[in-house]
Design a protein around this ligand. Sequence first.
Ligand SMILES: Cc1cc2nc3c(=O)[nH]c(=O)nc-3n(C[C@H](O)[C@H](O)[C@H](O)COP(=O)(O)O)c2cc1C
Length: 136
Amino acid sequence: MKTAIRYFTKSKKGNTKKLADAVSKALGIEAFDVSRDFDEKIDRLFLINAMYAANIDKEVKEFLSRNKDSIGEVININTAASGASTWKAVKKVTDELGIKLSEKEFHCAASWIFINKGLPTEEDLNRAGEFATSLD
Ligand SMILES: Cc1cc2nc3c(=O)[nH]c(=O)nc-3n(C[C@H](O)[C@H](O)[C@H](O)COP(=O)(O)O)c2cc1C
């Protein structure tokens, strides 16, 4: 199975990139940001994103749109200050584009300005890696 990791990180803290690096290490495959498009069919895409203004970023939506014909299935992983999932926001986009989104997902709380200092923790990063390797 061909697997890929793409992430989008916006804040200077790079919280989402930390998750992407943890998943990359766990799976032994490189993580790239969403500016890197696919030139081949990908069976499973780990899409590592964050919540901004109660939504996912435009760049994440545009990446999915540009690559919709190359993506077999998306696994959503995200950070948010609230700890909430972006799965529904991603689902809205994947449904519009006809991409399959797995029900399996991982999300954790992360720092934002003065909130959640020190998050994600090493344990959160380990859990993200374990989630990625636990999938069939
Ligand atoms: C512009 C902006 C808007 C945000 N809006 C929300 C929000 O609506 N809900 C939430 O839970 N977190 C929100 N956050 C917090 C981010 O989801 C959190 O800091 C995340 O870990 C950022 O990931 P990054 O460091 O990879 O960009 C926001 C952060 C930024 C920078």
